[in-house]
Write a protein that binds this ligand. Structure first.
Ligand SMILES: Nc1ncnc2c1ncn2[C@@H]1O[C@H](COP(=O)(O)OP(=O)(O)O)[C@@H](O)[C@H]1O
Ligand SMILES: [Mg+2]
Length: 504
């Protein structure tokens, strides 16, 4: 292959984030001109990081990049845009209160200060015709469906004459019809010689639209293969294979009666689209049910609905035989439900101290029934219990939570639920971003709680965590449960297929 036929050549790319996270370890990534190249991998594999480097948004710690054979060093996205690279993020970068044409104009202005709005419209009309992507020029962005916003985002790149278009999980926000339209547009762009890098975790999409696919696992390339030469099974295996590093000591579960029951649950996401589509699950006393899946497949909405923080469209949530579907979060907490959200930024108030943060989910124990006042003495006692039980390292109870390390913050967030002795415990990404010691501590704590008879629903995108802790595993994909069963019933390959949307 001559240098000219290669659109992107990234060699030996390393990325260590400022906080020490090693996201990429010596990645080689080569994309041929005019192809659709898939980038596949689990959550945290490094896909977005690699593409942010290609788009000049972050700098590699080490490594070389060539675009159409020319060595480049980008100091920001503008450099990348000038070399013909465009990127469509999972979260868009449009100005929500501007119209479509104003956004396009802004985009064109950034490469040509003399551009006029008419030029922007003219160029966009051409692109629209070539790709079949229709957009309403006079509408305000924030009033448009997400699928249309995405089209504007793509056209925005194309009027800047992008030759290489990066799409980060573009179909995760689209309906099936919108996905079909997008794929048709991508094929048309390919015919015109545009190179497309397509990030996804959906195996069917890789097979359907890509020419080559590169699989990343834990910051390294597992392989680059010709799509027509591999099966979905091959890809699933490449994506998830690993050695199970350390096994946690764990007695066999002794599941008792049903504590948390979710029946035919339907829940909408923030945009009003169905996110949970008829989920049925049962969690018993003394067991951990692990819900595996790639981020953004309805896990967050499911957890919030169970916790009473998001309305239920239909279906039922039952705790200890009581239908709580219409009860407030506060009432559910009183009935013995506990919830750890997927982000500390959501669960904790950073300027508040440890006692206040612990009090947040223990209010029903702390507010005096008579005077309706806070009993701070009680709150302090509960907070001390959290500190000693979870071995939280902190200068004092009155230290603002923001001064604690991530691991200690997480311990507070988990600990304030544990000390309430909940019956049903919904935990989302309990060890996200924690070091090895804190991770092991939290995982052991969950096993201990299960041995005490708590019913635990563990929602995690970390497959190791699911495999280590679960007594039963369920896999969620696009808001539906793909399969549920004992860990022995799942090989890694089968898990990979199910997480990628293929029934196995
Ligand atoms: N801005 C950041 N700061 C620190 N760590 C990050 C940042 N962005 C991503 N990471 C970490 O880098 C790793 C790779 O993440 P990412 O590139 O987003 O993976 P993917 O897109 O494949 O899910 C993960 O461990 C993630 O937590
Ligand atoms: Mg990503």
């Amino acid at each position: 292959m001559s240098q000219k036929e290669i659109a992107v050549e990234m060699r030996n790319i390393h990325k260590i984030y400022p906080d020490g996270v090693v996201a990429l370890k010596g990645v080689d990534f080569i994309v041929k001109k005019g192809e659709i190249h898939g980038l596949l991998g689990e959550n945290g594999a490094g896909k977005t990081t690699l593409m942010r480097i290609l788009y000049g948004e972050i700098k590699p710690t080490k490594g070389e990049i060539k675009i159409f054979g020319e060595r480049v060093k980008f100091s920001g996205p503008w450099d990348a845009i000038r070399k013909g690279i465009g990127m469509v993020y999972q979260h868009f970068t449009l100005v929500p209160t501007f119209t479509v044409k104003e956004n396009l104009f802004l985009s064109l202005l950034s490469i040509n200060p003399k551009a006029t709005i008419d030029e922007a419209i003219e160029k966009a009309k051409q692109v629209s015709k070539q790709t079949g992507l229709r957009i309403p020029f006079d509408r305000v962005i924030e009033e448009l469906p997400i699928g249309v916003q995405q089209r504007v985002e793509i056209i925005k790149s194309l009027i800047r004459e992008a030759k290489i278009l990066i799409l980060d999980e573009p179909t995760s926000v689209l309906t099936p019809v919108e996905t079909k339209d997008l794929f048709e547009a991508l094929l048309k762009l390919k015919q015109q010689g545009i190179t497309i890098i397509f990030i996804t975790h959906k195996l069917k999409e890789v097979k359907e639209i890509t020419d080559h696919v590169t699989v990343l696992r834990r910051g390294q390339v597992v392989g680059t293969v010709e799509t027509s030469k591999v099966t979905e099974k091959d890809l699933a295996r490449m994506m998830v294979e690993r050695e199970i590093l350390f096994k946690l000591e764990k007695k066999p579960a002794k599941p008792g009666r049903e504590v948390l029951v979710v029946k035919d649950l339907e829940v909408y996401d923030d945009r009003g689209l169905p996110a949970v589509k008829g989920v049925t699950l049962t969690v018993r006393e003394g067991e951990i049910l692990g819900l595996a899946g790639v981020q953004g497949n309805g896990q967050k909405e499911l957890a919030e609905a169970i916790a009473g923080m998001r309305p239920v469209a239909s279906g039922k949530i039952i705790i200890d035989d009581i239908d709580v579907t219409q009860l407030s979060a506060f009432e559910r907490y009183k009935l013995g439900l506990a919830y750890v959200p997927d982000s500390r930024k959501v669960g904790l108030i950073y300027d508040m101290n440890i006692v206040e943060n612990v009090a947040l989910t223990n209010l029903y124990r702390i507010i005096s029934k008579k005077s309706r006042r806070m009993k701070w003495g009680v709150a302090e006692k509960i907070a001390s219990e959290v500190i000693s039980k979870l071995e939280v390292v902190a200068p004092s109870l009155s230290t603002p939570i923001k001064y604690l390390s991530g691991g200690n913050q997480q311990k507070v967030m988990v600990g304030r639920e544990i000390v309430r002795e909940p019956r049903a415990f919904v935990v989302t990404e309990p060890t996200q971003g924690l070091d090895v010691a804190a991770t092991e501590f939290i995982r052991k704590t969950l096993i201990h709680l299960r041995d005490e008879g708590k019913a635990i629903l563990l929602i995690s995108t970390d497959l190791d965590e699911i495999l280590q802790l679960s007594d039963r595993i369920a896999v969620i994909y696009e808001g539906k449960i793909m399969a549920i069963g004992k860990p022995e019933e799942f090989t890694l390959e089968r898990l990979g297929l199910l997480m990628g949307g293929v029934h196995a």
